[in-house]
Design a protein around this ligand. Structure first.
Ligand code: 5RP
Length: 225
């Protein structure tokens, strides 16, 4: 059954505009929820001075709506705000991202930002990460080595055929890995030669998750210890 969640994505995107200070430079991720956010933001009275875009597709959209796109230069790091979607969100605000293939730049911008506001519809909330195939960006020369390493760790990698990232690399979507300790798996995968980045965002998780739900927008914040 195909479930249409566009209105919930739009609801999260609209609620996230409140985090934008007019005239600021913010980071913008990739994906359909982020694109809704860009459209709502461009039409609002909180338009930014400029944005750092995580994908070429986001860059084109931002510029088509009259928002300047700049690089991640020393003058603007750290950014005050990064807004992006996710494929899975756990209760501790750890994420799986990268269905759109922009995970490396997304993680770079998220890490370069003081606040990461993640925008999702309620279908993205999970008790534990790992049902969604985990994307890995890999340099082309290393694809077979990385596939071999992943299989030896119990994973089943699937190469995105005919797909190249904005960085000229390939994406492996991996199922079967035990990601019950997301921080450790994120570290372990980064240690395989040829892996550029993995789609687990645990060390740099979201600071706030804005969720579109049938009952209205909801916010998920870190639990106090
Ligand atoms: C792209 C991403 C996206 O943020 C993620 O896939 C969610 O996309 P959507 O908002 O279309 O569901 O990580 O690399």
């Amino acid at each position: 059954m195909i479930v249409v969640r566009e209105h919930l994505k739009c609801q999260a995107a609209e609620a996230a505009v409140a985090y934008v200070e007019p005239g600021m430079v913010l980071g913008v991720g990739a994906g359909s929820t982020t694109e809704q956010f860009v459209r709502v933001l461009a039409a609002s009275d909180r338009r930014p001075r400029a944005a750092v875009a995580a994908s070429e597709r986001s860059r084109v959209l931002l510029e088509s709506l009259g928002i300047s796109v700049v690089g991640l230069t020393g003058e603007i790091v750290p950014l005050a705000l990064y807004v992006d979607g996710a494929d899975e969100v756990d209760p501790r605000l750890r994420l799986i991202k990268g269905a759109g293939g922009a995970l490396t730049r997304e993680k770079v911008i998220a890490t370069a930002s003081r606040r990461f506001v993640c925008i999702v519809d309620e279908s993205k909330l999970v008790p534990t990460l790992g049902a969604f195939p985990l994307p890995l960006e890999v340099v082309p020369f290393a694809v077979h080595l990385v596939e071999h390493e992943l299989r030896s760790r119990g994973g089943a990698p699937l190469l995105r055929v005919g797909y190249e990232t904005d960085n000229g690399n390939r994406i492996l979507d991996v199922t079967g890995l035990d990601v019950s300790d997301p921080e450790q798996v994120e570290r372990d995968l980064a240690g395989i030669p040829g892996v550029v980045e993995c789609g687990i965002f645990a060390r740099r998780r979201a600071d706030v998750v804005v969720i579109g739900t049938e009952a209205g927008p909801r916010r998920l914040m870190p639990q106090r210890a």
